[in-house]
Design a protein around this ligand. Structure first.
Ligand code: GDP
Ligand code: MG
Length: 222
C-alpha cells in the first residue's frame, strides 16, 4: 500500500521576482512574458511519485498583491512544511528583501520541535546575466548557509534552469524531516498519512503524472 504525503510549500519573495512564473513552469511547463498580478493567495498542485512507497502531493502556495507589505498573515503560513524564497537577480532590492521574508517565515511557522521549516533560496532570472543585467551579489553559498537555507539555486523560469532541481532539493529536505517525525511516532509501514490535516481538495487543481523525481542539475557557479 502506498502512503501519501500532502506538503504545503510557500513561495515567497518581493513582487515581480518570478514566483508565479516558477510555479507555472514547474507545474504546467509554461512561461509567459506578460506580467499578471492576480490578487490573493492561490495554490497549484503537482503529484510526484516520490519513491515506490510514497506519493507526494505538493501544493505550491503563491501570493499576489500582498508582497508589498513584506510579510504575510499567519493563516497563509499555517501548517506549511517548507518554502521557496525567491529574488530577482537583476534587482538588488529584491535580494535585500530575502532576509525579511526568511525572518517572516521563521517567526510564523516552525516544525513541531521548534526548528525552522526547510527553505531553499532561488536567485531567479539568471538568464539575464548573459545580457549584463545582474548586479554583483554576495556569495550565495555562504549567505544561504549563514541564514539557514537548506540550499540555493540560480534559476530561470524562462529558460527552465534549475527549477526542478530547486524544488526537488526542498522536497527531499521536507521528506527527511517527515520521515524522522514518522519514525519518532512509530507510524506503521504503509499507513496513509496526509499532512497537513485539513482538506483543500475543493481548491486543488493542476496535474498529476510527474514521472518521478528529476535528477539534480548542477548549480551555476558551483
Ligand atoms: P511574481 O510577482 O513574483 O509572481 O512575478 P511573476 O512570475 O509575475 O514575474 C514577473 C515578471 O518577470 C514577468 O514579466 C515574468 O515574465 C518575468 N520573469 C519571471 N521569471 C523570469 C525569468 O526566469 N527570467 C526572465 N527573463 N523573466 C522572468
Ligand atoms: Mg505572482
Amino acid at each position: 500500500m502506498q502512503r501519501e504525503r500532502l506538503l504545503k510549500v510557500l513561495v515567497i519573495g518581493d513582487l515581480g521576482v518570478g514566483k508565479t512564473s516558477v510555479i507555472k513552469r514547474y507545474v504546467h511547463q509554461v512561461f509567459s512574458q506578460h506580467y499578471c498580478a492576480t490578487i490573493g493567495v492561490d495554490f497549484a498542485l503537482k503529484v510526484l511519485n516520490w519513491d515506490q512507497k510514497t506519493v507526494v502531493r505538493l501544493q505550491l502556495w503563491d501570493i499576489a498583491g500582498q508582497e508589498r507589505y513584506g510579510h504575510m498573515t499567519r493563516v497563509y503560513y499555517r501548517e506549511a512544511v517548507g518554502a521557496l524564497v525567491v529574488f530577482d537577480m537583476t534587482r538588488l532590492s529584491t535580494f535585500q528583501a530575502v532576509l525579511k521574508w526568511k525572518g517572516d517565515l521563521d517567526s510564523k511557522v516552525a516544525l513541531s520541535n521548534g526548528t525552522p521549516v526547510p527553505a531553499v533560496l532561488l536567485a531567479n532570472k539568471c538568464d539575464q546575466r548573459s545580457h549584463g543585467l545582474c548586479p554583483k551579489l554576495p556569495k550565495l553559498e555562504k549567505f544561504s548557509k549563514q541564514y539557514g537555507f537548506v540550499g540555493w539555486y540560480e534559476t530561470s523560469a524562462k529558460d527552465n534552469t534549475n527549477i526542478d532541481a530547486a524544488i526537488t532539493c526542498l522536497v527531499k529536505n521536507i521528506m527527511t524531516v517527515e520521515d524522522e517525525r514518522a519514525a519518532a511516532n512509530s507510524e506503521p509501514e504503509g499507513s496513509v498519512l496526509v499532512l497537513p490535516r485539513f482538506d483543500y481538495s475543493a481548491k486543488e487543481k493542476g496535474l498529476s503524472g510527474c514521472s518521478g523525481c528529476p535528477s539534480l542539475q548542477p548549480r551555476d557557479g558551483d
